[in-house]
Design a protein around this ligand. Sequence first.
Ligand code: PGA
Length: 256
Amino acid sequence: MAKRTVIANWKMHGSRAEARALARGVRRLLNNRFAAVEVVLAPPLTSLEVVRQAVEGSRLLLCAQNLHWQPQGAFTGEVGADMLRDAGCSHVIVGHSERRRLFGETNAESGRKVAAALDASLKPVLCIGETLEQRGGGRTWRTLSAQLSGALKSVPKSVSGSLAVAYEPVWAIGTGKNATPTQVMEAHGWIRRALKRRFGPSEAARIPILYGGSVNPANAPDLARVPEVDGTLVGGASLEHRSFAAIVGAFSEREG
Ligand code: PGA
């Protein structure tokens, strides 16, 4: 079974001093607790180094929020996978709905990013999720299917253990309106079946499927109990160390 993973996505928030204080706060609160959960921090690029220093020697891991698929070159404003590894990252978020919606990232581009991350031994956290319009129009599974197959096309079966998928319904991100446990159960079950078809049952079982979208300390315990939920990607509630640590605690209590 996949190891449970909780990721803090700080998005475009905070100075280096704030990032350092937040990372230290998380480290202090988690200390050696909840060891069953892999805890990952995704600060803005400018704060990767201060967070790397703040978590050094702890089990907290470092994540980037995006990457370019080329290793280097004339791509002003972009950062490649090897550069992120060099900066201390073990994980990278790919295909976040904000990248797709605001910056036009396509399924094919997400696929190139997943491949580039895997090549550099970075664990891609592939985000997929439907909009309210797609859900309302009965196109949820078609949307998830296109996002998954577009991004995983070139992933060899044997590296599936180096991959995570985050189900993030677009209508639940930053809205305070999280998906219900039943909706999450349906979507995660569907994603697990799709991964089994793509990678085979034992490889698919090693891919954590995280839920993301308005997770907070109050709703985390219910979400953590949903079958096939292997962790969470947290935005807003990860900007305060106590609420983030409470969410990690909730996911450490899931049975199984
Ligand atoms: P949210 O963001 O927790 O603020 O809804 C989640 C995400 O975008 O990953």
